[in-house]
Ligand binder design. Sequence first.
Ligand SMILES: CC(C)(COP(=O)(O)OP(=O)(O)OC[C@H]1O[C@@H](n2cnc3c(N)ncnc32)[C@H](O)[C@@H]1OP(=O)(O)O)[C@@H](O)C(=O)NCCC(=O)NCCS
Length: 230
Amino acid sequence: MAVDGRLQPAATDDAELAAQLIYATMGSMADYLLGGDDASQAHRMIALLFRRPKNRYSYQYADLALVDGEVVGLLLSYPGTMMKALHFPMVKNLFAVNGFRAALRFFYRSLPLMTVKEVEADEYFINNVAVFPQFQGHGVGKLLMELAEQKARASGLQKCALTVDIENERAVGLYKHLGYQVMDTVKIKQLERRMGFSGIYRMVKILEPVSGNQHWSASAGLHKILAKPL
Ligand SMILES: CC(C)(COP(=O)(O)OP(=O)(O)OC[C@H]1O[C@@H](n2cnc3c(N)ncnc32)[C@H](O)[C@@H]1OP(=O)(O)O)[C@@H](O)C(=O)NCCC(=O)NCCS
């Protein structure tokens, strides 16, 4: 039987599944920054933020990969110029959904990260990419990364950038395989001390130019991959 695979923009109703995927990219950092050291609270906060506009985890910047109507993966991405405008509304959003203490804690705990340059103005930023474990290893992650490239080009940008936990060997391997290079290694002593954070790589890929009349569809790619059984 033919498999229906597609990529589509996310909506607020996707918050619960999206939160699981976003959480998978952040792990203990989500607990520390958003959950007050509690995983279920971090999940809840991510889902709440996903439902709201104008923050780094908003549905507005998310695309989903679906197989037979089931969400299997997520890409959250936006042009680098938007990042600054998204960080401070996070505090406002956290205040709105979880009160003063959570907002203040997030502000205090994210302070050491504020000096980290995650993206340049001429880059398209991949905030999160994730695939549910049972669907990993079938090319969905690669397809979502290709969608990011397509969106970068549509925004008039020729570079994609991301940050990744130094210890996330699988993701680092995938990014290198796709042509990303490590531009910086960032270690943050306070976070290392407070929550054992080992640091991040900032990785960048310079996109190949495509000719003007070339039409490319990431969804077509998903159909091809799903022709192979999962
Ligand atoms: C990272 C992740 C998104 C990859 O998704 P995936 O669907 O399993 O990846 P794919 O099947 O598309 O693999 C893509 C390509 O990378 C290659 N690859 C995967 N892991 C690799 C590794 N460790 N080293 C080298 N290449 C690797 C694959 O061989 C494949 O290339 P090919 O199609 O040319 O053979 C997925 O493992 C995941 O969701 N992890 C948890 C969340 C996470 O850590 N996200 C990243 C945070 S920044």
